[in-house]
Design a protein. Structure first.
Length: 101
């Protein structure tokens, strides 16, 4: 799936056939932060290749969007990343593109 194809799924009513990670970002884009946060809290993954873990990165982004910077910074550390200085929209796009083949 391309980024453009993912964006088109946002016109639908549910995130059918998307990975858990992409479901989180789908719900976030649809304005349902609480559902996105519920899903990311249920995903546990391990650090890979020194890059930290994907769930922590997405969790960090969600708390940054929420405005809870202290909590966001905790999750960025868990992900092995620094807090993004880009806009929330740009970070969302970066994460989505990193998850697509």
């Amino acid at each position: 799936m391309s980024f453009e194809e993912f964006q088109k799924t946002l016109t639908g009513s549910s995130p059918d056939n998307l990975s858990g990670y992409l479901q989180v970002l789908w719900y976030d884009a649809k304005g349902d932060w609480n559902r996105a946060h519920e899903i990311i809290q249920s995903i546990e993954d391990l650090p890979a290749g020194g890059q930290g873990n994907t769930a922590a990165w997405i969790h960090a982004y969600l708390h940054r969007k929420e405005g809870d910077i202290g909590n966001a910074d905790y999750w960025y550390r868990q992900a092995g990343r620094k807090r993004s200085l880009s806009s929330l929209e740009d970070e969302w796009e970066t994460i989505v593109k990193a998850l697509l083949p």
